[in-house]
Design a protein around this ligand. Structure first.
Ligand code: 4AD
Ligand code: MG
Length: 455
């Protein structure tokens, strides 16, 4: 009977003494002269299966004992329960066949490799425990996000990848063109007859859909030509952007908190071995941290209050905290420690946030929110949207934004506009948060960062 290792774990008792066949890759092979062990992984689960093979039972013992790490093989053998051993059962091989040999210079040997080395081998690194667990969790987190929104009747919107608007107004866009770049550029002759770029956010288009479906979300790749080489910035990353109509900043924060707790719960449910692994080898205390998040109410602090707290502790920082100014990374770190968990910073100075955020009554701040967490930093950024056309137009002017391409966005305020809000969750930062992996390059299958587009 052909079976996966995952099913073997599930049905081990029932399969005692039964013959099974498994295909997978050799993680390790140890020959002890009269018998040997192979650690086999078949991708169906994080765990590896221990295969025992004996000289007396296996015709091709000599050949098998030389199978190299990384080879793909087929094993036929009997399930033997081993209650006293480290692993609950093993398979005693009656036949082992080589499917695909792995050459001698296979880079992923069973020993510790540096993260940098593994990044250079991004096409092979998911064969290690660390990356196997990481990308398994990334898949589960993605599914959890869809489940969360679909169960709440949100409509999944595919915002365009190629756009002509700069949703964040930050000018960090990759251009899309078919023109000969050696020549003087005349955009009227370009493919779309105007300047186009890869989307930095699907928010503006999501707003249009929220004003028809009430609750929507996007889940898509996003591109930023931001030249910052940090552990939390990538040039291509995935963003989830819910947008909710007839809703304000408080509703937005409630949604974000429910979503995060849902994701963590789902990861605990579906990835217990992976989480144990991360807790042991990547971030000590990870489980406890996440458990605490589940059991607590997220803190909320205004930007002004946050700066006051930082000013009281200003000798701890290199960058002096100043009212009206953005938070530096060290400030964010301090605040998550200070509040001992995730904290929403709300009501941001109007000059340092995007044009679409709703102006508060004080005329100085906007109804924005950033959720800060340890390590991943800003996990979520969002806001209530400016639904008043005149105020929005003034904001667009204040920021000197070319608004030719925003005519349709302004239409949304003319035809049945209403208060609405939304946020963006960076998928990679979420994965970092639940795994403890501290570099965004290690949670992206093939990371794109400044000066790096290999594979
Ligand atoms: O704060 P940001 O720029 O907000 C927006 O794009 C809004 N349009 C979202 C909205 O309201 N619908 O980005 C949102 C989140 C950040 O909090 C962060 O988690 C992630 O996206 N993010 C990045 N992740 C990786 N690499 C980058 N360069 C990122 N920039 C933002
Ligand atoms: Mg932000």
């Amino acid at each position: 009977m052909e079976i996966t290792i995952k099913d073997l774990f599930r049905k081990q008792e029932k399969l005692e003494n039964k013959s099974v066949s498994i295909m997978g890759w050799v993680r390790n092979n140890r020959d002890q002269k009269s018998f040997g062990f192979i650690d086999l992984n078949d991708g169906s689960c994080f765990e590896t299966l221990q295969i025992v093979y004996e000289r007396d039972f296996l015709e091709n013992y000599k050949e098998v004992s030389k199978f190299r790490v990384g080879s793909s093989i087929e094993v036929i053998g009997k399930v033997v329960l081993t209650p006293k051993a480290k692993q609950p059962f093993e398979v005693k091989a009656t036949k082992i066949t080589l499917i695909g040999d792995s050459l001698e210079d296979y880079p992923i040997q069973p020993k510790r490799h540096s993260r940098e080395f593994l990044r250079e081998n991004a096409h092979l690194r998911m064969r290690t425990n660390l990356f196997n667990a990481t990308f398994r969790v990334r898949s589960v987190v993605s599914h959890a996000i869809h489940k969360f929104f679909q169960d709440r009747n949100f409509i999944y919107v595919h915002a365009p990848i190629i756009t002509t608007s700069d949703a964040e107004g930050a000018g960090e866009m990759f251009q899309v063109t078919t023109l000969d770049l050696e020549e003087k550029i005349d955009y009227s002759k370009d493919f779309f007859t105007k300047k186009a770029n890869l989307s930095v956010s699907g928010q503006l288009q999501a707003e249009a859909y929220a004003l028809a479906f009430r609750n929507v979300y996007t889940f898509a790749p996003t591109f930023r030509a931001e030249n910052s080489n940090t552990k939390i910035h990538a040039s291509e990353f995935w963003m989830i952007e819910p947008e909710i109509a007839f809703a304000d900043l408080q509703d937005n924060m409630d949604l974000a908190e429910d979503m995060l707790k849902y994701i963590i719960t789902d990861v605990f449910d579906r990835c217990p071995s992976e989480i144990n692994f991360f807790d042991r080898f990547v971030e000590k205390g990870l489980k406890q941290k996440l458990q605490k998040v589940l059991n607590s109410k997220f803190k909320v602090v205004t930007h002004k209050e946050a700066i006051n707290i930082l000013i009281e502790n200003k000798n701890k920082f290199e960058v002096t905290p100043v009212q009206g100014k953005d938070l530096a990374t060290e400030h964010e770190k301090f605040l998550t420690k200070y509040f001992d968990g995730p904290v929403f910073v709300i009501d941001w100075p109007k000059d340092i946030k995007a044009f679409y955020m709703r102006m508060n009554d004080d005329g100085e701040t906007v109804a924005g929110m950033d959720l800060l967490v340890p390590k991943a930093g800003e996990l979520i950024g969002g806001s209530q949207r400016e639904e008043r056309l005149d105020v929005l137009e003034q904001r667009i002017k204040d920021f000197n934004i070319e608004d030719e391409d925003l005519w349709w966005y302004k239409d949304l305020r003319k035809y049945g506009g209403c208060k609405h809000a939304g946020f963006g969750l960076g998928l990679e930062r979420m994965v970092m948060y639940v795994t403890g992996v501290d570099n965004i390059r290690d949670v992206l299958p093939f990371p794109r960062t400044p000066k790096n587009c290999e594979f």
